[in-house]
Design a protein around this ligand. Structure first.
Ligand code: MRU
Length: 359
């Protein structure tokens, strides 16, 4: 997994450093971004993607904004950071971790400034706070993985969609974190990775990082999932999430809803793995989750090759919503939540009794 030999996102050489996920698996190249606009464009262009990784990148982006600000008072520094936060908030609307990370960093800055710190101290400490957020994300994924590993039997054949791995988080992954934890617990598993049209996160990214870890993985096109469920070659489905509404409805990469319906039809468990920062208590249900619409070219072109005639329109919702009744369980760093999700997720988000929400 990410760590010694590669990483998804970190602070390096006074810059936000990202592996360029657009180039994987052909090329492992790192970008070092030194201004907030470059960070915002990297999120928009899917250099970095995956809800928790977007949150980590945004936190480091705000630390970058503070470090490059020439403000000499805390008030002026806060104003500069607010401008950066507004720009980063406009990058992608669905992944709630983005807004969670921006809020956490802005709240931290306001509190530290109220405590009397100088602009220079705030600049330095804000970077510490952002790097802690990234480190915590990895730790959270490990706890989530350990909580979910019990759902994975020996010899499990696991179907996953998109990439909810180390590349989508600070490291280790959510859905793939559960896979990794099951492997670390000694279970033999194999993964079927949906290719995930149109950006091919499954074919390019999930396959790349599992192969690096020597975890058996086979790529299938999205329209093969029903076939493999029908032939009995899938034991369970596990996916990540971009936003979980208070009632347990789950927004995730387009195609997830279809998989959940297929899993239901074949009586297979459909698990969602996501940190608590992906649960949005302010969004009552899936209908209130903003769904990002992306551009034509990702659908109309396959790589550099056009596959849709010029002048013919395309549709491109980047996410869909899986209703809670199709979800068998939601795994977080605090345990495994089951229906009724309104109650189990609310308990999970209460710090004092979060651990009692597990089943
Ligand atoms: O468009 P993307 O690649 O950012 O979409 C990512 C997903 O849908 C992931 O499944 C989700 O963010 C969970 S990542 C742990």
């Amino acid at each position: 997994m990410s760590g010694d030999s590669w990483f998804t996102v970190r602070w390096e050489d006074e810059a936000v450093a990202l592996i360029d996920q657009r180039l994987l698996p052909s090329e492992e190249r790192y970008l070092h971004l030194r201004d907030v606009e470059a960070v915002a464009l990297a999120i928009e262009d899917l250099v970095v993607r995956g809800a928790p990784a977007i949150g980590c990148t945004a936190a480091l982006g705000l630390a970058l904004a503070a470090r490059t600000s020439t403000a000499d008072t805390p008030e002026a520094l806060i104003a500069d950071v607010d401008v950066a936060a507004r720009r980063l908030a406009r990058t992608r609307p669905t992944a709630v971790n983005l807004f969670w990370a921006l809020d956490r960093m802005r709240t931290w800055l306001a509190n530290a400034a109220a405590g009397g710190a100088s602009a220079q101290v705030l600049r330095d400490d804000m970077l510490v706070e952002a790097t802690e957020l990234v480190d915590e994300d990895i730790e959270i994924c490990r706890k989530l993985g350990a909580a979910g590993a019990s759902l994975v039997p020996d010899n499990a054949r696991i179907l996953t969609h998109c990439n909810a791995g180390a590349l989508a988080t600070g490291g280790y992954g959510t859905a793939l974190g559960v896979v990794r934890a099951a492997v670390e617990a000694g279970r033999r598993v194999s993964v079927l990775a949906d290719e995930t049209r149109p950006f091919l996160q499954g074919a390019r990214l999930t396959a790349w990082e599992l192969d690096r870890d020597r975890i058996p993985v086979e790529v299938i096109t999205d329209n093969m999932a029903a076939h493999f469920m029908g032939t009995g070659e899938v034991d369970l489905v596990i996916v990540g999430a971009d936003r979980v509404a208070a009632n347990g409805d789950v927004a995730n990469k387009i195609g997830t809803y279809g998989l959940a319906l297929l899993a239901d039809a074949h009586q297979l468990p459909f698990y969602v793995a996501a940190p608590c920062s992906t649960i949005d208590p302010d969004t009552p249900d899936g209908g209130a989750i903003p769904i990002e619409e992306r551009g034509r070219e990702e659908v109309a072109d396959f790589g550099a090759r056009p596959v849709v005639p010029d002048g013919v329109a395309v549709r491109h919702p980047a996410f869909d919503v899986t209703p809670a009744h199709l979800v068998s369980a939601i795994v977080t760093e605090r345990g495994v939540a089951r229906a009724p999700f309104g109650a189990s997720l609310a308990a999970m988000l209460r710090p004092a009794c979060g651990s009692s929400a597990g089943s």
